[in-house]
Write a protein that binds this ligand. Structure first.
Ligand SMILES: NC(=O)c1ccc[n+]([C@@H]2O[C@H](COP(=O)([O-])OP(=O)(O)OC[C@H]3O[C@@H](n4cnc5c(N)ncnc54)[C@H](O)[C@@H]3O)[C@@H](O)[C@H]2O)c1
Length: 252
């Protein structure tokens, strides 16, 4: 029980990495605030946690919207009386080279993937500071630290998350707030499975994804959840401002 007594808020917890992390954190004793813009899948995550004997609530929010982010934190504190861990995980992935990316696509990518993290940090910091400390984990990607073809806007937004994480970590290190990010490579989530299944040759597409990681497989959401658990736990008490790369060796 590495998170006994803690309250954790996880955005984008209706699917993929966010759901796996919500379930893992609950198993480790945290009470979990499941945030998603998809009400159906978010509530399903809460159901799964409760069926396994954990404690969770669902909060509906589009985390690219300031009002929604302020409200989600308010509900979390009202409901559980405190907040210890914030995982700004929600994000979307746009494909395309810079010349193919419309201004609207750029704005949407930045809003859902970088502005959402900015808001998640901005409105978490005062709450965590008042309590004497806490943990923020931001979701980046290997695309933010290395070149990935056909992902211009996504790479830019994720690079911003890595830089923002360092800045926020330094600004609040003396306030007991640790801020880190995670950079996964290819992880087997619903969005990835959709891409594989819609490829002309799904078997070849899967093999290509597997081959990108020197370890020779696609990562599982649980691989990332384990990294988030480490950063969230007191075992990482001396770790702040870092980018924990979970990529099967892809960026080495
Ligand atoms: N899957 C991968 O291979 C991979 C690799 C590197 C980084 N990531 C990052 O990990 C995070 C989670 O990815 P995933 O693959 O689990 O995604 P996913 O698409 O399977 O799930 C994302 C969840 O976030 C929610 N969401 C999206 N935008 C939102 C918003 N504005 N407000 C509230 N909820 C929102 C969706 O409804 C969904 O439930 C993303 O930030 C993604 O960029 C994923």
């Amino acid at each position: 029980m590495r998170l006994e007594g803690k309250v954790a808020l996880i955005t984008g917890a209706g699917a993929g990495i966010g759901r796996a992390t919500a379930e893992r954190f609950a198993r480790e004793g945290a009470r979990v605030v499941v945030v998603d813009r998809d009400e159906h899948t978010g509530k399903e995550t809460v159901e799964r946690i409760m069926q396994a004997g954990g404690v969770a609530i669902f909060v509906h929010a589009d985390v690219s919207q300031p009002d929604a982010v302020r409200a989600m934190f308010r509900v979390a504190v009202e409901r559980f009386g405190r907040l210890d861990i914030v995982f700004n995980n929600a994000g979307t992935v746009a494909q395309g080279r810079v010349e193919d990316t419309s201004e609207e696509e750029w704005e949407y990518q930045v809003a859902t993937t970088l502005t959402s993290v900015f808001l998640g940090c901005k409105y978490a910091v005062p709450i965590l500071r008042e309590q004497g400390g806490g943990v923020i984990i931001n979701m980046a990607s290997v695309a933010g630290i290395m070149g990935v073809v056909n992902r211009a806007a996504y790479s830019a937004a994720k690079g911003g998350v890595v830089a923002l994480t360092r800045a926020v970590a330094l600004d609040h290190a003396r306030e007991g707030i640790r801020v880190n990010c995670i950079s996964p490579a290819t992880i087997e989530t619903p969005s990835l499975l959709e891409r594989i299944q819609s490829a002309p040759d799904p078997v070849a597409a899967r093999r290509a994804f597997e081959a990108r990681q020197p370890i020779g497989r696609i990562g599982q959401p649980e691989d990332v959840a384990a990294a988030a658990l480490y950063l969230a736990s007191d075992e990482a008490a001396f770790v702040t401002g870092t980018n924990l790369i979970v990529d099967g060796g892809m960026s080495v």
